[in-house]
Design a protein around this ligand. Structure first.
Ligand SMILES: Nc1ncnc2c1ncn2[C@@H]1O[C@H](COP(=O)(O)OP(=O)(O)OP(=O)(O)O)[C@@H](O)[C@H]1O
Ligand SMILES: [Mg+2]
Length: 270
């Protein structure tokens, strides 16, 4: 008989809508703190390295360029990258009321554990409870002020951090980023299933690194299968990679890339 490693209803995965959410109190604190934020949008995929952070940063920058006030939370607390992609590794400070003050770059307010450590080269070794503390404090203890969008860049997988964010943040929805090839699509489907089970709306699927190397059209296919929207494709681009490495969102310097992101924003109707 085949074994099943997961119980039918894993513990502590109740969606915010279900009664008995063990994180109800933290969620109320987050909701209270994010009163000035019009929409909180998460970026996720089960698979690592598909370009979630790159997309989150460029989405934030494109929205800023459109005139919106935007914040970004890097919820990848052990291997953060948004501070690098935004080109500001300066330290985060708390004010006299112990509220975290987001740092800024390219008119985006953001918080990343990359801005809270002594050295980039040290591993951030931690278990679930510390991850929970870091992620939740970036949401309920930080001064986000009045902004139009708060983008939350999630780490890969369906474990602790995505689960925490889906439980405690009042998400308007979640955007799935995937490469077009089957190996990535398997995990994109897991992301959609997790969102569904957590009562989080899937806004749609973005195909990243589209083109000759990874293929084309895979994201549209799974979006159709999942009954969600295909939002658009971003090509595998040397400019994107170079820009990420030097802390500059590519949409701010290359028009076709900005236009590709605008198309996605329009399709997402966010
Ligand atoms: N469209 C693209 N064209 C070229 N390079 C890209 C593109 N999107 C992302 N990259 C590069 O691919 C690498 C992985 O991207 P990124 O860190 O955004 O992925 P991720 O899904 O957030 O990874 P993780 O799962 O580790 O959080 C980075 O070096 C980034 O610069
Ligand atoms: Mg990432």
């Amino acid at each position: 008989m085949p074994i099943s490693i997961l119980p039918d209803q894993p513990q502590n995965t109740t969606s915010p809508q279900q009664s008995g959410n063990p994180f109800k109190e933290v969620r109320s604190r987050v909701e209270e703190n994010l009163k000035g934020v019009k929409k909180v949008i998460a970026v996720h995929s089960g698979k690592g390295g598909v370009g979630k952070s790159t997309f989150a940063v460029n989405l934030a920058a494109a929205l800023t360029k459109l005139g919106f006030a935007v914040g970004l939370v890097d919820a990848d607390v052990d291997c953060p990258s948004c501070h690098k992609m935004l080109g500001n590794s300066g330290r985060v400070f708390a004010d006299e009321r112990q509220r975290l003050q987001p740092v800024g770059a390219h008119s985006i307010k953001f918080l990343s554990v990359g801005n809270m450590v002594e050295s980039e080269d040290n591993a951030n070794i931690m278990r679930g409870p510390i991850m929970f503390k870091l992620v939740s404090e970036m949401l309920y203890k930080a001064d986000w002020g009045n902004i139009d969008y708060l983008i939350v860049d999630l780490p890969p997988g369906t474990g602790d951090n995505p689960l925490t964010v889906m439980q405690i943040a009042p998400l308007a929805g979640l955007i799935i980023v995937t490469q077009p090839q089957e190996v990535a699509l398997v995990d994109a489907r897991k992301s959609a299933d997790m969102a569904k089970r957590m009562g989080v709306k899937v806004i749609g699927v973005v195909e990243n690194m589209s083109g000759e190397v990874f293929g084309e059209g895979g994201a549209e296919k799974i979006a159709n299968k999942l009954g969600t929207k295909f939002l658009g494709a971003i090509t595998l681009s040397k400019t994107i990679r170079e820009c990420s490495d030097r802390g500059m969102p590519a949409v701010l310097i290359e028009k076709p890339l900005f236009e590709a992101h605008i198309k996605i924003i329009r399709a997402a109707e966010i």
